[in-house]
Design a protein around this ligand. Structure first.
Ligand SMILES: C[S@@+](CC[C@H](N)C(=O)[O-])C[C@H]1O[C@@H](n2cnc3c(N)ncnc32)[C@H](O)[C@@H]1O
Length: 261
């Protein structure tokens, strides 16, 4: 997903099948991993984050050895926007991204589906409860968007990307941070053991075991890199770029809203 493919070469004829293929792949993977879809998924995600909100930050730090803070800082820099830019942190959770965005000199606002996560949010920035499929913002009113570890939690990812394309002004930027699987054999094995075996135990001791068993499994919802690229281009973005972070433990996807700034 490197480089900046021209939107012109990405005709509607190739986009729709890519989006349909993404939806099919995600649905098939979710079914084989015995994961819910549709309204059932939304309800589960919402109640799960409501439940784990009080201890979310603590488990996150332990789970990533504090690397998540570094990854969010990198994602914020990757926006490449000037100070004072209006930046939405979608699926803001407890506000880790919002604090970094504010410290960087942006004017952040946060939105999340879960009232529990919003209640635990101590960022001091403006917040709203909203589903990513319908953002209560005017078209082209936002300079940039960050979104951390939420792509696999959205029920209708193509609709969310459509909303990103609508609210970000031409020339604006998005920075999407998500878990990934390292390419390197040893790191990959270690990551699997840690994420699928150890994290659920830590989550169970400190928070909610069922939630931390579900979270590693939920990576099955993620479309492939190429599918994500096609979906973002379809939503009005260009210069879609994917970067592996810390050997592929996380991935950062950035893109620029097409059109004249
Ligand atoms: C893994 S947490 C990440 C929180 C935060 N972004 C971070 O980096 O720590 C995923 C978040 O996505 C939110 N979320 C899930 N589905 C959503 C939706 N449809 N619209 C908005 N937020 C959603 C959850 O409530 C949760 O706060």
């Amino acid at each position: 997903m490197t480089g900046a493919p021209s939107p012109d070469t990405h005709s509607a004829g190739t986009v729709a099948p890519a989006r349909e293929a993404a939806a099919r792949t995600a649905a098939a993977r979710a079914a084989s991993a015995d994961l819910p879809t549709g309204a059932e998924k939304t309800a589960l995600v919402r109640s799960m984050f409501d439940a784990i909100a009080p201890r979310y930050d603590l488990v996150n730090r332990l789970m990533t050895f504090g690397l998540d803070v570094r990854w969010r800082k990198k994602s914020t820099r990757a926006l490449g926007l000037p100070e004072g830019s209006r930046v939405l942190d979608l699926a803001c959770g407890t506000g880790d991204f919002l604090k970094i965005l504010r410290a960087t000199g942006f004017r952040p606002l946060g939105m999340d589906l879960s009232w529990g996560m919003l209640a635990a949010n101590r960022s001091g920035t403006p917040l709203a409860q909203a589903d990513g499929t319908w953002l209560p913002l005017a078209s082209g009113s936002i300079d940039g968007i960050t979104c951390g570890y939420a792509l696999r939690n959205f029920t209708e990812l193509d609709k969310v990307f459509g909303e990103l394309g609508r609210v970000v002004r031409p020339g604006g930027r998005i920075s999407l941070l998500e878990v990934a699987e390292p390419d390197h054999g040893l790191l990959r094995t270690g990551d699997r053991i840690w994420f699928h075996r150890v994290v659920p135990v830590i989550g169970g001791l400190l928070s909610d075991g069922a939630a931390y068993r579900y979270l590693p499994k939920s990576t099955a919802y993620l479309p492939t890199t190429e599918q994500l690229r096609s979906m973002l281009m379809d939503a009005g973005f260009s210069a879609v770029n994917r970067r592996a972070l810390s050997g592929g433990l996380s991935q950062l996807i950035t893109a620029t809203r097409r059109g004249q700034p």
